[in-house]
Every structure is written in structure tokens, then in C-alpha cells.
Design a binder for this molecule. Structure first.
Ligand code: ATP
Length: 447
């Protein structure tokens, strides 16, 4: 299991999915950069979310709020006071850990029994102290406390403070939602596990505003809809997904649960890690913003002649965790002709490259014909990769590792009869089709 994360880290570097941030300087703690294939995969994940949450619905509007917000936002939200984790330090090696993660990862029931993952000593822990996870910086030239601002630790607050702007400008009626994708920052104490827990990450959040009293039904509805998205759209296998209701609720929530994916290794609870949280946040956030801003944040329903502060059902997915789940779900090794073949069986609709195009040999007009096919695909908006270097078997293997679902080869028959072979990444089966059928063949399978 631990193996899988290590294999993903090295495959990601080899094929250009993810690199360690500032690698030439020895890396930055728990910050990662997405390479040529990674940026495409993550973008496809975000686009799939945006399509399902915004474009395919009339009752959800998009938003892109700024990362820097008025510092009072974080007082109203409770983050200044509550966004803390209990932190302990190993007296022996002085490494620091978050209590809950340490207990989960070591399997210890209490701190006295927990072994330090860094030096191996058992039970030499300081008393837990609270540590706020928000990154601070200064706005303007004076670095004094009056000018402190925070990097947002979640995107949700940008939605709450714009609730009436969006509702009124888009002329929405309750129930309706606001969706946003953007960066969030948390000074995590126990980061690690590749891109599962990082200090800079992207969230895809949707806040659904409902009439008080209808919140429980909407919570259930969203819980089901969101769970289904992970299997149907991301293609995660159902036996690696579960829904985990929270026993302990955050200060703002009346009901909450997580969609968890089985990553294995030391992630989360026995390998099961949260990828999405669904929360009934009640009217906590809007009430607090009304109180702290002194501005009314009520919804006015002219038809019913009522005004009220709506309840909010939140769905919050990490774009990086969802992308990591897609990679972990896709990773396979099989043996072909006595050699290990590494394959990323990513759903074709999400794969960074859709197609490899190869001339069988570098002569007899094959490179020109293959280039034509490649350029035609590009013009049609189908990301394709032209490769003429090395044995054909090697070229297939490179695309298998990159997660490219189809490879088209131009050979002697292409030149004589106008047909090409199309090879399927997962089954390795090849079929022969007419060159002019390529776009239709791919369109059907990439939808
Ligand atoms: P955890 O308990 O793992 O710290 P959380 O419950 O604090 O997560 P939320 O505040 O509910 O997470 O955030 C919603 C989503 O944002 C999570 O489901 C996860 O996908 C993502 N996320 C949160 N923290 C991180 C992080 N440090 N790195 C990457 N993604 C994160």
C-alpha cells in the first residue's frame, strides 16, 4: 500500500504529472507543482465538476472570489478562534505532529502509546497546544498587526459574503447554489502523503442556500448526488469509496459526512482518506457575517411575503485529492511478454492525452501521414501526441504509463488502403479502421 504512493510519486515525476515544488533547492515542505500531464488531468477534473455543478444546472451560479479578504471575515467565520489543531512535539527529536493524525497513523489509542514516526521513541510527547492553521501576511507597506490579512483557508467565505450580490444579479430564487473553484492555504502541521495533504491546494466548493426546515432533505439529496459523481464522472471504483458520517461536528454544522476513497498506506483511517465533505452549515455563516458586518443578509421572498436567513448545505471537494484519487484508482501493473507493464487506466474523458499517433517506421511516407492525422486531431480539439522515436512497443508503453487511452499507428496498409490500427490502452487490442473514421471513433469513446 505504502508502495502505491511511492510508485505514484516516481511515475508522476517520470511522466510529468507532478513535481516537488522548488525541487532544485531541496523542495518546499508539502507543496507540489503539476507538470504537463498533471495540469491537464487536474484541469479535466475541475472542468468535469464545473460542468456537473454549474453548466448542467439552472439553480447554481459560478463565482471566482479573491484569495485575500477583509480580516473581519475570518473573525466572523470562527477561523481566528477555532481553526486550530492540537499540536504535540516529540521531546526526543522535536518533530511536531497533529494529535488526530498521529493517532490514526500509528494506530495508538492514546498519546502515551504513540510511537514517534520520526525517531521511534514511544510516549515522549509534550502537552497538546492549539496551533492556528491560517497563513498570515501583511497588506500594504507597514508590517504591523493592524495590517494583517490571511490567505484564505477555504473558498467558502468568498461565497457567503457575495450571497446577495449573486442572488440579486442572477435573479435567483431559493433554493439555489453558488459554486467556486480556487486556491486555499493551510499551514498543516502534519503534511505529507504526496498531494493528499498539502499547504497550498485547490478546492471545488458549492454552497446551496435553502429555506430553513428544508435543509435536512437537501443535505440528503446532495450527499447522494455528490457520492454518485465520484463513480460516474471520476470513474472511481465503487469498492474504494465509502460515505463516513461525522460523529463530532464542527462549530458551524448540524450534520456532516465525508466521501472517502481508499488510498491505502498511512493515509487517513486505515488507508481511507476524505476527498469531499458535505455539511449542513445551518444559518451559522450568514448570521455571523450579518452580525460582524452590520449588513442585512436576508433573503426576501416577495411571493410568500417572507424574509429569512437561509440555511446552507455545503459540498467541498479538494481538486488535488480528487486528482490523486483518480491516479491511485488508475494505477495498474500487469505482465506482458515477461515484462512489467505500468498502466494508468484513467477514464478517457479525463485522460490528459487522448491519443498517441505513430508511424510504424520512419519511411515510405508514414511520418507525413501520421503527422496529418495528429494535426487533424489537434484541430478538432482532441489532445494528441506524435511519436516516431524507438520501437513501436516502447512507444505504446510510454503512452500506457501516461494514461493515454488510444494509440493510432500508420503502417503499410494505411498507405495502400487508407486504414490505421487503433490500440486500446486497457485491453491492448488493436482494431483496424478507415482513416476517415478516426474522429468518430474517438468522439464516441471520449464522451
Ligand atoms: P482533513 O480532516 O483531511 O484535514 P478537512 O476535514 O479539514 O480535511 P475540509 O475543511 O472539509 O477538510 O475541506 C474540504 C476538502 O478540501 C477536503 O475534503 C479535501 O479534499 C480538501 N483539503 C482540505 N485540506 C487539504 C489539504 N491540506 N491538502 C489537500 N486538500 C485538502
Amino acid at each position: 500500500d505504502n508502495d502505491l504512493m511511492e510508485k505514484l510519486v516516481s511515475l508522476s515525476k517520470r511522466r510529468g504529472y507532478v513535481f516537488q515544488s522548488s525541487e532544485i533547492y531541496g523542495g518546499t515542505g508539502s507543496v507540489w507543482d503539476y507538470g504537463p500531464l498533471g495540469v491537464e488531468l487536474k484541469r479535466n477534473v475541475k472542468d468535469a465538476w464545473w460542468r456537473a455543478m454549474v453548466h448542467e444546472r439552472d439553480d447554481i451560479e459560478g463565482l471566482d472570489a479573491a484569495i485575500l479578504m477583509h480580516p473581519k471575515v475570518w473573525e466572523a467565520s470562527g477561523h481566528v478562534e477555532n481553526f486550530t489543531d492540537p499540536l504535540v512535539e516529540c521531546r526526543n527529536c522535536h518533530r511536531r505532529f497533529r494529535v488526530d493524525i498521529l493517532l490514526a497513523e500509528t494506530g495508538a489509542a492514546e498519546m502515551e502509546a504513540a510511537r514517534c514516526p520520526s525517531c521511534g521513541k514511544t510516549g515522549e510527547w509534550t502537552e497538546p497546544r492549539s496551533f492556528n492553521l491560517m497563513f498570515k501576511t501583511f497588506m500594504g507597506p507597514a508590517e504591523d498587526s493592524a495590517n494583517v490579512v490571511y490567505l484564505r483557508p477555504e473558498t467558502a467565505q468568498g461565497i457567503y459574503v457575495n450571497f446577495l450580490n449573486v442572488q440579486q444579479s442572477a435573479r435567483q430564487k431559493i433554493p439555489f447554489g453558488i459554486a467556486q473553484i480556487g486556491k486555499a492555504f493551510r499551514n498543516e502541521i502534519t503534511p505529507g502523503n504526496f498531494t493528499f495533504r498539502t499547504r497550498e491546494f485547490e478546492q471545488m466548493e458549492m454552497q446551496f442556500f435553502v429555506k430553513p426546515g428544508s435543509d435536512e432533505a437537501f443535505f440528503e439529496q446532495w450527499r447522494e448526488a455528490r457520492f454518485k459523481w465520484h463513480t460516474d464522472v471520476l470513474g472511481l471504483s465503487p469498492d474504494r469509496l465509502r460515505y463516513h458520517p461525522h460523529e463530532k461536528l464542527a462549530h458551524y454544522a448540524s450534520a456532516a459526512g465525508d466521501v472517502e476513497f481508499y488510498f491505502g498506506g498511512t493515509i487517513g483511517d486505515g488507508g481511507w482518506g476524505e476527498i469531499e465533505g458535505i455539511h449542513n452549515r445551518t444559518d451559522f455563516d450568514l448570521k455571523r457575517h450579518q452580525e460582524y458586518s452590520g449588513k442585512r443578509l436576508e433573503y426576501i421572498d416577495p411571493a410568500a411575503g417572507e424574509r429569512y436567513i437561509p440555511y446552507i448545505i455545503e459540498t467541498s471537494v479538494g481538486a488535488d485529492r480528487a486528482t490523486l484519487a483518480v491516479l491511485a484508482n488508475a494505477y495498474r501493473e500487469d505482465v506482458v511478454d515477461g515484462e512489467t507493464r505500468v498502466v494508468l487506466s484513467i477514464k478517457p474523458s479525463l485522460a490528459p492525452l487522448k491519443c498517441g499517433v505513430f508511424p510504424l517506421v520512419k519511411k515510405d511516407g508514414m511520418p507525413d501521414r501520421a503527422t496529418q492525422i495528429h494535426e487533424d486531431l489537434r484541430r478538432r480539439g482532441i489532445p494528441s501526441f506524435y511519436d516516431e522515436a524507438g520501437a513501436i512497443g516502447r512507444r505504446y508503453r510510454r503512452q500506457d504509463e501516461a494514461g493515454t487511452p488510444f494509440c493510432i499507428t500508420v503502417d503499410g496498409e494505411t498507405m495502400e488502403q487508407g486504414t490505421v490500427t487503433i490500440r486500446d490502452r486497457d485491453t491492448m487490442e488493436q482494431s483496424r479502421i478507415a482513416q476517415d473514421q478516426i474522429p468518430a471513433f474517438l468522439a464516441e469513446r471520449l464522451a
